[in-house]
Structures are given as C-alpha cells and as structure tokens.
Design a protein. Structure first.
Length: 182
C-alpha cells in the first residue's frame, strides 16, 4: 500500500468511518484492552417492569470499562533485531502526533510486535523497546505527558502476516496504537 493509501486509512479510522482494514489490526485487540481494564460482571436481566410504575433511572457508566475511540496500525516497521525509528517512518509518526493531539485527555495504548525469529524472551523485550521508541517519539514531537501512554510488548504472539517470508516478517515487526477514552 502506498503512503497516500495509508494516510487515507488513518484518516478514515480517526473519523470513525472505518473500523479497520483487512489484516491490519489484530482481531483480539479489544480483548487485550479489556484485560487491562476488566469489566465488572454483568448482573442478570431484570424482570419485566410494571407498566404502572415509573421508568427506571439510567444506570451509571462503569468507570472500569474502557472504550476504544480510535485505533491505528502504525505502518512503522523495524529492521530485524532493532528498535530504531527509521527515517522513512517519521512522516507516519508525525500524522500520529496530530491524531493524539486531537484527544488530549485520552490515554494511548501502544503495543510493539516482532516477527518469529529469536527466542520468546528476546522478542518480548524487543517488542516493548519498539513501543517505547514510538512513545518517546510521540512525546518529543507532541509534548505529550508520559502518563497518558500505556506501553506493552507482545513479541511474536500476534502476527498479521506469515513469518515464512521476508515480507511477512517485515509486516510483523510493527507497532500498533489505540486511543482510549478516559
């Protein structure tokens, strides 16, 4: 996909007009966010209301439920075994800076990923370093508060492409981010 296509997908994602693109977002990302902020157990449904009684008040929102208000797969890829931001990826990160600036009170969840080469322990550490590199770039360029960022590394656990080809491995060496409500 060319740079214009990536920017268009990003803009559609940020406008809420697109919820993802085929193969671009791990299918279980909402489950991983819920794991960070598990929802309270749902009570059983109430019995049918008596038509003569007044309507029940609206329930209070659950403060532990986190809503994803924007999601973006950053097409920021890394060289094998490295966590350095490549010059050709800085334009995409600058777009991400603008996106984050539009939501100053939201938290940003950044997760790093690797291909399957190397040990699980090495890949886990490397993926976290990649997420930290993106966080540092966003903070330096946008002047954001470090406290608004949640960083996680997943190693090679959630591939978006095959690890049998060089191209697939390159796609898996990535960072994804989700903008979360407060």
């Amino acid at each position: 996909m060319n740079k214009t296509g990536r920017i268009l997908i990003f803009l559609l994602l940020s406008a809420g007009m697109l919820t993802g693109s085929p193969g671009a977002v791990a299918d279980d990302a909402p489950g991983r966010i819920e794991a960070l902020h598990p929802a309270k157990p749902v009570p059983p449904p109430a019995s049918k209301p008596n038509p003569a009684s007044a309507p029940a008040p609206e329930p209070e929102p659950d403060p532990l439920v986190v809503k994803t208000i924007g999601r973006m797969v950053l097409h920021v890829n890394f060289e094998a075994g490295k966590a350095d931001i490549r010059q050709e990826d800085k334009e995409m990160l600058d777009i991400a800076v603008a996106f984050v600036a539009e939501h100053p009170d939201a938290s940003l969840y950044i997760e790093g990923h690797t291909d399957s080469d190397g040990s699980a322990a090495h890949n886990l550490e490397l993926s976290k370093k990649r997420a930290e590199a993106v966080k540092s770039y966003l903070v330096a360029k946008g002047g954001f508060d470090y406290a608004h960022f949640i960083v996680s590394g997943h190693g090679s656990e959630f591939p978006i492409a095959t690890n049998r080809t060089k191209e697939g491995k390159f796609k898996n060496r990535r960072v994804e981010m989700m903008l979360l409500s407060e």
